[in-house]
Ligand binder design. Structure first.
Ligand code: AMP
Ligand code: MG
Length: 715
């Protein structure tokens, strides 16, 4: 029997995570199919094609049948971030100002305690410096100096640049990064050094890419700017190759499009974009964008996004439909200058290792994890240390015969044995109590984290809906939301592919930032205001050009690009700025300056309080921002008829023993895809899908709405 149907498959979203590679296909009518396969780190295209076949099989289609109509594909993955976390990038050279050769490894001193708890930050003896991305012996100084106003105070001594280039080339570096003081303000010397280095590379007959910070990240703070530019050479170059490989694998199967990649600002950029380091975190961003899209479509304004996969727990807040963007975030213990959707990551996922402290016997979770190798329960994994997944199996949370729809067979007995010897016996507990203790501990950790993140922003969970996704989000969502009092807890039926869904729903959007120093006193005259507007406008014009060039390189016409200027502003002398979408497309004259200022005052009153405004200080614009986007087709949110509360008979799969709160109960099992809108299920129940498992314990109930969203409620 041939199932081959003809669908016009148009969009593909990909999340190549540390554990699973998810694919999300959208057809012309906005209908979608989700696929999953284990990630294949050596050659990502294998896992990707596998996952695509899985998704397309739901439509009875094969790769060739679907790929030929695909118009766009968005990739997200964790490989680049892992490369940086593990400091396994390319060996690069760095050129800085003579006398400043150590600033990169000193990392503003901040880097020595990044990621620490407060009590460790305040103790100097815990601080440590990671090996720098570029060590001192591959760093060279050149003589020149530009001051903070952009004035050249020492002209460039070109012979020092030539010598630096020659020495680094002789060392066989894989890339050369140039980052000079205040080059964001006046890039001339830095660009001259770049040209000299390029000449020397050509003269040596070498093929070494050269990256000048002013061409990539023309922003203040040299440690941030230098790190980010180095990542371009150190970590993004290998990703370019991975993406080229994937593209080739897809083209071999008949695809004709080029991939885009989810970027830290929440839009997608071409895989050929110059600034690919902006895609250092992408999968978790995909999830947040998916939640935002769903929220906009269905009217959820305040959302807590929670994503649990095999390796981590990622949290992000959407308030009044807005994402928070951080401008100088840190990532992998590096300060960076990238616009990044604010995310909190905790190193706890379903693959996290569970160990006992050898002295105190306290249970420790992670931070390392088994990744795609699941745990001891997967006989082929070679893993010997208990993971959270092993505990899930012991307690009956997940079905050993349905992992990835049964593609990966798990062995519950192996999990039991490992939990017994490694956790239960040393603690003097039964196997199930040991496993349940581990799960409770993890849930408690996640719950505390969630609570502190929300209250730190001055909110209460009561005004938020919690979206729970990632393969393991639905397994734990009852546990990490219990008692917090969320307005609603939502599990999308496509939770397992939610980040890939977000990638498919993301705008094709470039964003460029440029630091500015525009200072306007409160009593400024018309001329001063007009001059301020002109400075902002010049920066916008420069940034628009960068945006339009990128779109043109991807075959778009300039006139199809929608441009949105924005800026960051603060009251003069204050330390924190706000990012604001400009109410005007271009700024000309004093009136336009006033409109910009009004927009800032309004936003300030919303974020803080009207009485906190400080107009008497005057205003500073700290950066100009330009975003440009083009229209692409997006997935349609499902909409089905509401039916009765009782699940159809074919959705019922029997029962399984399920352990929680010191009791074994019989949980009713359901097949997720067979449930219909309107169905209400009272726990203990477990709803199984090929790539996720929704646990509804005793004391909870769930109902499925007409958009295939499950709502979880405490009874
Ligand atoms: P993710 O990294 O988002 O793909 O999530 C992977 C995790 O989903 C696994 O580590 C499991 O804990 C969880 N999971 C729950 N049910 C399943 C299932 N049926 N197949 C695979 N993974 C599952
Ligand atoms: Mg994930």
């Amino acid at each position: 029997m041939s199932l081959q149907t003809t669908r016009d498959v148009q969009v593909l979203g990909i999340d190549a995570g540390g554990t699973m590679t998810d694919t999300f296909f959208v057809d012309r009518d906005g209908e979608f199919a989700v696929g999953k396969a284990q990630t294949t780190p050596k050659d990502e295209s294998h896992g990707l094609l596998e996952s695509s076949s899985d998704a397309l099989s739901h439509w009875g289609m094969d790769l060739q049948g679907a790929f030929k109509t695909l118009r766009t594909g968005v990739y997200s993955g964790t490989a680049m971030l892992n490369r940086v976390v593990q400091r396994q990038g390319l060996e690069c050279g760095l050129i800085v100002n003579a006398g400043m050769e150590d600033f990169h490894r000193m990392g503003r001193a901040i880097q020595s305690y990044l990621g620490y708890a407060y009590e460790d930050r305040i103790h100097l003896n815990t601080h440590r410096y990671d090996p720098p991305l570029v060590p001192r012996d591959r760093t060279r100084g050149v003589i020149e100096r530009v001051d903070m106003m952009g004035t050249v105070v020492i002209p460039l001594r070109e012979e020092t640049a030539r010598r630096a280039a020659k020495e680094l080339i002789a060392k066989g570096v894989a890339g050369i990064v140039i980052s000079l003081l205040h080059s964001y303000k006046n890039p001339d010397n830095e660009r001259r050094v770049r040209d000299i280095v390029e000449e020397e590379v050509a003269a040596a007959g070498a093929n070494i890419p050269v990256f000048a910070s002013a061409d990539y990240y023309p922003v203040r703070k040299e440690s941030h700017r230098t790190n980010t530019t180095i990542l371009e050479a150190y970590a993004a170059e290998p990703s370019r190759q991975t993406l080229a490989q994937i593209t080739e694998a897809f083209h071999d199967k008949g695809a004709g499009f080029d991939f885009r990649v989810m970027a830290t600002h929440g839009g997608t950029i071409s895989r050929k974009a110059r600034e690919l380091a902006r895609t250092i975190v992408s999968g978790p961003i995909g999830g947040v964008i998916g939640a935002k899209y769903l929220g906009e479509s269905l009217g959820y304004k305040n959302i807590v996004c929670s994503d649990i996969g095999g390796t981590s727990f990622d949290l992000s807040l959407i308030t009044q439909g807005n994402l928070v963007i951080r401008n100088d975030p840190d990532m992998a213990r590096l300060v960076l200058s990238l616009p990044l959707v604010a995310l909190d990551s905790v190193g706890a996922g379903a693959g996290s290792f569970v160990r006992l402290d050898p002295y105190t016997h306290a249970i420790q979770l992670g931070p390392d994890s088994a990744g795609y190798r699941v745990g001891v329960c997967w006989p082929e994994s070679g893993i010997e240390t208990v993971t959270i997944s092993d505990c899930h199996l012991v307690l009956g949370y997940i079905n050993p015969d349905n992992f990835l729809g049964g593609q990966v067979k798990l062995d519950r007995q192996r999990a039991m044995d490992a939990v017994r010897t490694q956790v239960a016996e040393p603690l003097g507990l039964s196997v199930e109590d040991a496993a349940a203790g581990v799960i409770e501990l993890m849930d408690q950790d996640l719950r505390d984290h969630m609570k502190s993140m929300i209250s730190a922003k001055g909110y209460s969970p009561a005004s938020f809906t919690c979206f729970s996704y990632g393969g393991a989000g639905p397994v734990h969502c009852y546990g990490y939301t219990e008692g917090l009092g969320f307005e609603d807890v939502v599990v999308p039926a496509w939770a397992a592919g939610f980040s890939a869904f977000g990638c498919a729903a993301a705008d094709f959007e470039y964003r460029y930032d440029k630091s500015l120093d525009v200072n306007v006193p409160p009593d400024a005259d018309e001329a001063a205001k007009a001059e301020a507007a002109a400075q902002l406008q010049n920066a916008w014009a420069e940034l628009s050009e960068s945006v339009l060039i990128e779109f043109e390189a991807n075959g778009f016409d300039r006139k199809d690009v929608t441009l949105q200027p924005a800026f960051r502003m603060q009251y003069r002398g204050q330390l924190n700025d706000l990012e604001i979408d400009s109410p005007i497309q271009t700024a000309q004259g004093a009136r336009d300056w006033e409109r910009v200022v009004d927009a800032f005052n309004d936003a300030y009153a919303q974020v803080y309080a009207a009485s906190a405004r400080s107009q008497e200080l005057g205003y500073s614009v700290t950066s100009a921002i330009m975003r440009g986007s083009v229209d692409i087709s997006k997935p349609r949110i499902p909409r089905e008829e509401i039916q009765g509360e009782t699940p159809p008979a074919e959705a019922y799969l029997g029962t399984r023993k399920f352990y929680r709160k010191r009791t074994w109960l019989d949980a009713r099992l359901f097949h997720m895809e067979s449930l219909v809108p309107g169905n209400r299920i009272v726990g203990p129940a477990i709803i199984e899908s090929d790539a996720t498992t929704f646990v509804v314990p005793d004391g909870f109930e769930t109902w499925l709405d007409d958009h295939r969203l499950f709502h979880l409620k405490e009874l």
